[in-house]
Design a protein around this ligand. Structure first.
Ligand SMILES: Nc1ncnc2c1ncn2[C@@H]1O[C@H](COP(=O)(O)OP(=O)(O)OP(=O)(O)O)[C@@H](O)[C@H]1O
Ligand SMILES: O=C(O)C1=C[C@@H](O)[C@@H](O)[C@H](O)C1
Ligand SMILES: [Mg+2]
Length: 169
């Protein structure tokens, strides 16, 4: 099992999908896994039940997924490692855990174009997004940096990131 983690927009979904098709492993996007289980979009879960409910479900489904231990590439949600004991669960599992590390500038450029489907940033004015990401990433890096493997993605194409991931084995 390979688990990709990192901030919103670092490329977890894009790279996870590519890596899965390159290796023949099943691809599981954890946000989509939660959406299927809950029968609604992440946006709808946040709107109807709030973030605390989402985090509880996210924790529950992470346990479920790790216990079923599929031979798969798993792209986590941006916040998954940062709540409860999720990061410890990941580190204690047999999964190869990889942080896709992107700079604030890279994340801001990408997320300015894709705020809508991301409930945590969709209401932040464009002019304030960079500052928000700076603070948020500072808090979250405490968790992300515990990943035993880190790949700096800023100057790499998605295919080049996959090249590095394939070499990990
Ligand atoms: N290495 C890369 N080079 C250029 N663009 C990239 C790269 N990786 C991803 N992207 C682009 O960045 C955007 C965000 O990528 P993606 O949706 O895969 O991020 P994510 O980490 O899954 O985000 P979230 O946590 O919000 O689900 C997409 O438009 C994607 O095409
Ligand atoms: O960074 C986050 O906390 C999130 C990222 C997305 O992948 C989703 O899991 C959700 O929008 C929360
Ligand atoms: Mg994603």
């Amino acid at each position: 099992m390979i688990v990709l983690l990192g901030y919103m927009g670092c490329g977890k979904s894009t790279i996870g999908k590519l890596l899965a098709s390159r290796t023949g492993l099943q691809f599981i996007d954890f946000d989509e896994f939660i959406e299927k289980k809950e029968g609604k979009s992440i946006t709808a879960i946040f709107k109807q039940h709030g973030e605390v409910y989402f985090r509880k479900k996210e924790h529950q489904y992470l346990n479920e997924l790790l216990n079923s231990a599929p031979e798969a590439v798993i792209s986590l949600g941006g916040g998954t490692p940062c709540f409860g004991n999720n990061m410890q669960l990941l580190l204690d599992s047999k999964a190869k855990v990889v942080y896709l590390k992107a700079k604030i500038d890279t994340l801001t450029q990408r997320l300015l174009k894709e705020k809508e489907q991301r409930p945590l940033i969709k209401d932040i004015p464009d002019t304030e997004l960079e500052e928000f990401i700076r603070k948020h990433l500072f808090e979250r890096n405490y968790f992300y940096l515990q990943a035993p493997v880190k790949i700096e993605v800023d100057t790499l194409t998605a295919e080049e990131v996959v090249d590095q991931l394939v070499k990990l084995n």
